[in-house]
Design a protein around this ligand. Structure first.
Ligand SMILES: C[S@@+](CC[C@H](N)C(=O)[O-])C[C@H]1O[C@@H](n2cnc3c(N)ncnc32)[C@H](O)[C@@H]1O
Length: 218
């Protein structure tokens, strides 16, 4: 099936709060393990999260990796506000810095990153090259890249089935959001073409039935 893009930013507080209240514990909990297995060493230093949203994944990383510090970047101020509140509540604010930037942007802090990661941002982008070019500009030769996202199913029938199976009990607004996200996601083949065009030699791995990981060093 053809890709149907969705709006890039989650701009209103209402939208940000609805996203924040969704239960991503299974997928986001697994994400840290998937990262740890592929990174394969102790994580210290600075981690950049592009499109950090309301910070659920950042909080999980910060709790698992106490020697790392984190910069979360998002184009949506309500999302960043929710992230700041979350970190204050969890006692993690000291190791967190949040910056508003709508990529491509010069406002994303430049420094020596141990890891540049991004979760569920790629499928929001109308022009996916903005993520890969940002990664290319900011990564040093020891920076580990870790990008995770949904991948687009073959048919709308599959999308409807996946939404029912995985979020049948969720409020209608979240089910619709999940449906739209699956329709906006890229396939592994499309991501491979994007990486080739950007000149990035990273690994692509399909994980489970709906996710894809892109990772490695440049
Ligand atoms: C689906 S949310 C994912 C949030 C978080 N990474 C997670 O996995 O829970 C996508 C986020 O990307 C942000 N976003 C979309 N396009 C962006 C852009 N061009 N630059 C920066 N942030 C963007 C949205 O505002 C939203 O917070």
């Amino acid at each position: 099936m053809k890709r149907t893009p969705e709006p890039e930013l989650m701009e209103t507080m209402e939208q940000a709060e609805a996203y924040d209240q969704a239960d991503f514990s299974e997928a986001h909990g697994k994400r840290v393990d998937l990262f740890r297995e592929r990174y394969g060493r102790e994580l210290a230093g600075a981690v950049l999260d592009i499109g950090c949203g309301s910070g659920d994944i950042l909080e999980r990383f910060a709790k698992k990796f106490p020697k790392a510090s984190f910069i979360g970047v998002d184009g949506s101020e309500p999302m960043l506000e929710l992230s700041r509140r979350r970190m204050a509540k969890a006692g993690l604010s000291k190791r967190m810095n949040f910056v508003r930037a709508f990529i491509p942007s010069d406002d994303v802090p430049k420094q020596d990153y141990s890891v540049i990661m991004s979760h569920s941002l790629l499928h929001h982008l109308h022009e996916p090259s903005v993520l890969w070019n940002t990664v290319k500009q900011l990564a040093g030769k020891n920076t580990f890249i870790f990008v995770a996202d949904l991948r687009r199913p073959i048919s709308e029938k599959d999308v409807a089935r996946i939404v029912e199976e995985r979020s049948g009990e969720e409020p209608e607004v979240l089910k619709q959001d999940f449906y739209n996200s699956l329709c906006a996601a890229f396939t592994a083949e499309e991501i491979e073409a994007q990486l080739k065009q950007a000149g990035l030699k990273l690994k692509i791995e399909e994980v489970g039935d709906i996710h894809v990981l892109v990772y490695g060093a440049l």
